[in-house]
Write a protein that binds this ligand. Structure first.
Ligand SMILES: [Zn+2]
Length: 111
């Protein structure tokens, strides 16, 4: 079995040291048995621990007060995730009857 190329610099001179693979060219070390996680990808889960994806339809699991207004989004309100955002409010949603709004993934569940 041949060793994979270095994921950092694509060097083919990778060698094995116990469970680790080491690249002699850029000194990158990694464990081939660990899944490489794309650090830029945002992984979000709903209140039940299900993975969310952009475009998913979700419903609110609790009443949410809209910041800066007296409007309240009721539990069960439907929304569609438009995109993930890196932040406290981590999903940018189109909420039924309320328009575009930033929500927190822990307060929704997949519809
Ligand atoms: Zn390398």
């Amino acid at each position: 079995m041949s060793l994979p190329a270095c994921p950092k610099c694509s060097s083919e001179y990778v060698y094995e040291d116990q469970s680790m693979l080491i690249c002699p060219e850029c000194a990158y070390e990694w464990n081939p048995n660990e899944e490489v996680v794309d650090e830029d990808a945002i992984i979000l889960k709903d209140s039940n621990g299900n993975l969310l994806a952009e475009g998913d339809k979700v419903t609110l699991i609790k009443d949410l007060k809209v910041k800066g207004s007296s409007q309240v989004l009721k539990v069960g309100t439907k929304a569609t995730i438009k995109r993930f955002v890196d932040g406290d409010h981590d999903i940018d949603c189109k909420v039924d009857g309320a328009g575009d709004m930033m929500l927190k993934s822990q307060f929704v569940k997949k519809a």
